[in-house]
Design a protein around this ligand. Structure first.
Ligand code: SDX
Length: 431
């Protein structure tokens, strides 16, 4: 974080404050307000954190105006094209692309941690069969705190490393078993001879009654979807993980908090909501009716998969996802998929509509992902668990970065109090 000789001057109530400014590697300068309350006896006010940098970080950078996303400096479209998910996990966790030897060692460590403690099988049985897989994910990941005590001491770098590998490795098993449980099929155990994405597909779709051959096209598409969802700066769920972790809570509990936050339809739950919306629209001729509803301030309906707090241009992940959707559907022989036709027509109409153009509302990562996942055979209820699976490496990388920072403090925002002034208690007989 570069100190610079710029300062920001604030004058109010007869006070003249001069606050230091800090310059980033990329993006806007920040005004360092850490001493504002001590010097000026005022707070800043920014619900929703639209103008607030809550931390410094070296992991991911987003240029919302240009529609750029970098992981440790590498553009997401290059990573999606040339890399693969576990290599991107290494990059996010350790800061640089691995050598061949480093990558082989990392992949081996992840592969050898994919099994769950066998006792956790019984944990699943506590849920109803119709439980949403996200409810199961929150419960099972939180329960890992009760099974992996030897990697919960956040002050021990080795235990932090073990917890990181365990979470990245076990999330596909946890998510696949949540799916199997919801459809009443037996759990399928991970295999060490399969790559990360193929293992996940096999755990989801294999049955004991027959051999399951992983379709390489689907495993490549699955791996790319994981890569596109891996990390995204200080989004709501990552900020949740950071805030939970700032109290010193164990990593499994903090990741469970991140999963809970991601579940919301304004965030990671949008991929399920988007596909359900596209299906509700059904045919391109019904699009104007839904566009009208999205504009109607009296109607809570929003175009799911559109808009973003940071991107005021196309989400670069949506571009890659759109290309991948075409490839996957074409390769699966699902031509003129009605949902994809509706999505493409909706994208075209919405972007040309002044309401959306003025507000810079473009398709985001969730707009096309559901179409691919649906074509691959996943129910909509599994879309956000897959997002959680992929985002675990982002949450963990951001967690490690924060915990390793010796200046880390517990997060404790203040407020603008608008409640009752102090008043005396009144006995019930006098009210
Ligand atoms: C993700 O933060 C991240 O990085 C998240 C994420 C990640 O990888 O972690 O990228 C993943 O969460 C992507 C976003 C998925 N959510 C959706 O697709 C749900 C639909 N989108 C909206 O809910 C909304 O766009 C948000 C929540 C994504 C962003 O909301 P903001 O930044 O708080 O914007 P806003 O609500 O202040 O909206 C600004 C204006 C408003 O109109 P006016 O009051 O100015 O007239 O735009 C309108 C909004 O009504 N608007 C929409 C809209 N999104 C915003 N109108 C119709 N449809 C929409 N989708």
């Amino acid at each position: 974080m570069a100190e610079n000789n710029k300062t920001a001057k604030l004058s109010f109530d007869g006070k003249e404050l001069e606050l230091p400014m800090l310059s980033p590697t990329a993006g806007p300068d920040v005004i360092d307000i850490r001493k504002l309350y001590a010097q000026g006896d005022v707070f800043t006010y920014d619900p929703g954190f639209t103008s607030t940098a809550a931390t410094d970080s070296s992991i991911t950078f987003i240029d919302g105006d240009k529609g750029e996303l970098l992981h440790r400096g590498y553009p997401i479209d290059q990573l999606a094209e040339k890399s693969h998910f576990l290599e991107v996990c290494y990059l996010l966790l350790y800061g640089d692309l691995p050598s061949a030897e480093q990558l082989e060692d990392f992949e081996s460590r992840v592969t050898n941690h994919t099994m769950l403690h066998e006792q956790m099988v019984y944990f699943y049985r506590g849920f109803r069969r119709d439980a949403h897989p996200m409810a199961i994910m929150v419960g099972v990941v939180g329960a890992m705190s009760a099974f992996y005590h030897d990697s919960t001491d956040i002050n021990d770098p080795w235990q932090r490393e073990v917890a990181s590998i365990r979470l990245i490795a076990k999330m596909p098993t946890i998510a696949a078993w949540a799916y199997k449980f919801s459809i009443g099929q037996p759990f399928v155990y991970p295999r060490n001879d399969l790559d990360y994405a193929s293992n996940f597909l096999r755990m989801c779709f294999a049955v004991p009654a027959e051999e399951y051959e992983v379709n390489p096209i689907l495993s490549r598409a699955m791996d790319r979807i994981f890569t596109l969802h891996a990390d995204h700066e200080q989004n709501a769920s990552t900020s949740t993980v950071r805030l939970a972790s700032s109290s010193g809570a164990n990593p499994f509990a903090c990741i469970a908090a991140g999963i809970a936050c991601l579940w919301g339809p304004a965030h990671g739950g949008a991929n399920q909501a988007c596909l359900e919306m596209l299906r509700e629209i059904g045919t391109p001729d019904r699009i104007p009716e839904f566009i009208a509803r999205a504009k109607d301030k009296d109607d809570p309906f929003r175009l799911m998969g559109f808009g973003h707090r940071v991107y005021k241009n196309f989400d670069p992940r949506a571009r890659v996802m759109k290309k991948s959707a075409d490839e996957v559907l074409d390769l699966l022989g699902i031509d003129n998929n009605p949902t994809l036709q509706v999505a493409k027509e909706l994208e075209k109409i919405a972007i040309e509509d002044p309401y959306f153009a003025e507000r810079k509302l473009y398709p985001n990562v969730d707009f096309y992902s559901g179409i691919i996942l649906d074509a691959m055979g996943f129910p909509t209820s599994m879309f956000t668990p897959i997002f959680s699976l992929a985002r675990t490496v982002g949450w963990i990388s951001q967690w490690k970065e924060m915990i390793a920072d010796p200046t880390m403090k517990i997060g404790r925002p203040r407020q603008l109090y608008i409640g009752a002034p102090m008043r005396d208690y009144v006995d019930v007989e006098d009210r």
